[in-house]
Design a protein around this ligand. Structure first.
Ligand code: ATP
Ligand code: BTN
Length: 325
């Protein structure tokens, strides 16, 4: 109520809405203040939220969320091994689609193919969402592309709503968001399947949000929203904005079970488009020009001999000829 109110909201209104006493309301306000919320209390006017802190509690994240199902049930961790692992466990235990795990810190953050994801406390966004799509397992890898699209859009929308200018976010096929050639975010999609049936999919998103400094081995390749725009972001609002875009993009994806509804947006952000790339294929690295993606999310490349290939993300990585992009 405080967040949505335009100005002051009277203690009486809050009491009536929740059917509680004035003392109970005051106690909650005090707790919010202890948690870092700046709430003004003025006699005869009521309460007004002046500022909310950049914290990732269930209350904070859920009260920012404006979705129908994605991210409606949020589980927050101060520390966990990996939010993907937490969602896997919840998936096995029958949790509802849309359940979102968010952590302030991960001790075993994971990237693709067993690589690790640097997840220090307090500054990043580490989250995973549980999906139960009724599609065949071969189509699930497209969810990485869907999520990359929604994550980029969601971050842009966040800055738009704040009236601030957004860093130029691009997508490095298939799963990385980059700004000025450096990695801002990554997506890790995992699933539990039977031969022809998906039990559930875990989509993990890692974003360098308010990170001020990276360890030596990452500092030339990684960047954060803070480093690119010069100010801190409210991580809970960024999460909510991404979930809102995701819900819409996921719906579009399920309508056709391919990326035809999202290709235009994805291509407009694709950093590799029309660039020379190195395709790191397990059977040998080769040089080619990246032309775009097809509706299944495969990267279309033209080899130096003029032949075209559709490259599947599960098998290969792509690098720029002179560096990461
Ligand atoms: P690919 O093209 O195969 O996806 P990649 O190098 O982007 O290759 P990923 O598995 O997608 O690899 O991402 C993990 C890599 O990201 C790690 O090897 C590490 O170099 C880098 N990395 C780890 N933590 C971070 C972080 N917080 N920010 C940016 N980059 C990171
Ligand atoms: C990559 O670029 O390789 C993907 C990185 C994905 C990191 C996120 S952080 C939240 C979720 N939990 C994990 O352990 N990994 C993903």
């Amino acid at each position: 109520m405080l967040r949505e109110a335009d100005g002051y909201i009277s203690g009486q209104e809050i009491c009536e809405k929740f059917n509680v006493s004035r003392t109970a309301v005051w106690k909650v306000i005090r707790r919010l203040q202890e948690d870092g919320y700046e709430v003004e209390a003025v006699r005869n006017k009521g309460y007004r939220m002046v500022e909310s802190p950049d914290i990732l509690t269930k209350e904070e994240v859920e009260s920012c969320m404006h979705t129908e199902w994605a991210g409606r049930n949020v589980v927050c961790y101060k520390v966990t091994d990996s939010t993907n692992l937490r969602i896997k466990q919840m998936g096995d235990e029958g949790a509802l689609a849309g359940t979102l795990a968010v952590a302030e810190e991960q001790t075993a953050g994971r990237g693709r193919r067993g690589r690790s994801w640097e997840s220090p406390a307090g500054a990043g966004i580490f989250m995973s969402v549980l999906l139960r799509p009724k599609i065949t397992p071969d189509k699930a890898s497209m969810l990485t592309i869907v999520t990359a699209c929604s994550t980029a859009k969601g971050i842009k929308k966040y800055f738009e709503n704040e009236g601030a200018s957004c860093p130029d976010i691009q997508i490095k096929w298939p799963n990385d968001l980059v700004v000025n050639g450096k990695k801002l975010a990554g997506i890790l999609t995992e699933m539990s399947t039977q031969i022809d049936y998906i039990n559930y999919v875990t989509v993990g998103i890692g974003i360098n949000a308010n990170t001020k400094k990276f360890p030596e081995e990452l500092k030339d390749h990684a960047t954060s929203l803070y480093l690119e725009c010069g100010h801190m972001v409210k991580r809970a609002s960024v999460i909510a904005s991404i979930m809102k875009c995701f819900e819409e993009d996921y719906r579009l994806f399920l309508e056709t079970e391919d990326l035809s509804g999202l290709m235009e947006t994805y291509m407009s952000m694709l950093v590799n488009r029309d660039r020379d790339v190195l395709v790191l294929d397990p059977s040998g690295t080769y040089k080619a020009k990246a032309l775009g993606i097809d509706k299944n999310g495969e990267l279309i490349v033209r080899r130096e001999d003029g032949t075209s290939e559709h490259v599947y993300a599960g098998e290969v990585s792509v690098r720029g000829v002179y560096g990461y992009v």
